[in-house]
Design a protein around this ligand. Structure first.
Ligand code: PLP
Length: 427
């Protein structure tokens, strides 16, 4: 029996209607930007396998460092104990992050990194006896699938069954080009309320919303307003971190600094699950007390797993190598050239780009996630040997940085093919 058939009998996949989903594709091996399937096909992974695989698959340097760590220390409880990979990773991360970031808290994924960020800012105020309990988030945002993370994310058909358990959040329109003043005015209005604890945001690009983009200038303004009102700010860099926006971090494009930052996805180069939440000394200090109940009561069995930390350290070696920024520049320039070629063509509503993220929004009539178009485009990309996962009528490339010029051309060709399909209404 094939992997796909054995899977079909007993497994349950994420974001998948199991009754109607086609058989999953069994992958036996990965190398660079390529995935190899059990039926002998090759797929170009143009979405870095859900945005995690920044250096490509089975990178030998990461493999070697992980293997070494496995033979040294695979895990140790992180309450009352510590280890070299956890300490070294925190030291190296803080050197790369905005200068006000001072403390590192480990978890297992992006959602838990967000949960911890929310707990940090809410308890920061609680510990000081200040009644600030409201969170502000962007409309259309996505911060994860656990309950706190769902609460600060766009409410949709996906969250409807849990609606009554999600806490109240003030949603702010995204300041996309032309809408900046509207967002700034709305934030000023919200900040009149005394009970606002924090503002959480995906910096520069809202991923799951469909790669919705806005400028660093307006984000600077928003953060300045929050700082003036002593409202904490949380930069969720789970998707944007580690090169996506063309710089190491999206926040590197800003002059303002956030109070809290969240990381996961690219942090281990797509090798191991790991989440990181960092914060300022000021936030950390609010948890220091002779009173034990003022501590941050959050932890996971696998907190700071040494193998995950080692994978992340190996990934950081690659992130800090000179070729890293060169690759970002190469992909950014390549995307820009294609974006210019595509913009204005028939069937194209908008082409958006921030660094290595390229999004093409097709002009179609009625759109929704469940619209048949999404499946048509998805299947078309797979038939062309490229893995692209459209969000409705939006298709995006978020490639591993090792992707070659020829492979990028194959991605663009596939996108152009999609455009022709839509123009011809050939589905
Ligand atoms: C993916 C994502 C998350 C959730 O991360 P998981 O590891 O999937 O739980 C949170 N925030 C942003 C911006 C993301 O893109």
């Amino acid at each position: 029996m094939s992997l796909a058939q054995r899977d079909k009998a007993i497994l349950w996949h994420p974001y998948t209607q199991m009754q109607t989903a086609p058989l999953p594709i069994g992958i036996t091996r990965g190398e660079g930007a390529l995935l190899f399937s059990e039926d002998g096909k090759t797929y170009l992974d143009a979405v870095s396998s859900w945005w995690v695989n920044i250096h490509g698959h089975a990178h030998p340097h990461i493999a070697q460092r992980v293997s070494q760590q496995l033979q040294t220390l695979e895990h140790v409880i992180f309450a009352g104990f510590t280890h070299e990979p956890a300490v070294q990773l925190a030291e190296r991360l803080l050197r790369l992050l905005p200068s006000n970031q001072a403390r590192v808290f480990y978890t297992d994924n992006g959602s838990t990194a967000v949960e911890v960020a929310l707990k940090m800012v809410l308890q920061y105020w609680f510990n000081q006896g200040v009644e600030k309990t409201k969170i502000i988030a962007f409309e259309g945002s996505y911060h994860g699938d656990t309950f706190g993370a769902m609460s600060v994310s766009e409410r949709s058909v996906f969250t409807r069954p849990f609606q009554q358990y999600l806490f109240d959040v003030e949603f702010l329109p995204v300041p996309v080009p032309g809408k900046e003043e509207q967002t700034l005015a709305r934030l000023q209005e919200l900040l009149q309320h005394e009970d606002i604890a924090a503002f959480i945001f995906e910096p520069l690009v809202l991923g799951t919303a469909g790669m919705v983009m806005y400028s660093p200038e307006v984000l600077n303004e928003l953060l300045r307003l929050c700082r003036k009102q002593k409202v904490m700010t949380i930069a969720d860099e789970v998707m944007t971190g580690f090169g996506r926006t063309g710089k190491r971090f999206a926040m590197d494009s800003l002059t303002e600094q956030p109070d809290v930052m969240c990381f996961s996805k690219g942090i281990t180069g797509g090798t191991m699950a790991l989440g990181v939440t960092t914060c300022t000394q000021e936030i950390y200090n609010a948890f220091l007390s002779q009173d034990k109940t003022k501590a941050l009561f959050h932890g996971h069995s696998y907190t700071a797993n040494p193998v995950a930390c080692a994978a992340s350290l190996a990934s950081l070696d690659l992130v800090e190598a000179p070729e890293f920024l060169q690759n970002l520049e190469r992909i950014t320039a390549s995307h820009a050239a294609f974006a210019q070629e595509l913009a204005g063509k028939e069937g194209i509503k908008e082409v958006r780009q921030t660094g290595t993220i390229l999004a093409v929004e097709f002009e179609v009539g009625e759109t929704s996630y469940f619209h048949n178009l999404r499946d048509v485009l998805y299947n078309f990309s797979l038939e062309n040997g490229v893995l692209l996962r459209p969000l409705g009528n939006i298709v995006y490339a978020l490639p591993p940085y090792c992707i070659t010029t020829e492979q990028l051309a194959q991605v663009y060709q596939t996108m152009e093919g999609m455009r022709q399909l839509i123009v011809a209404r050939a589905f």
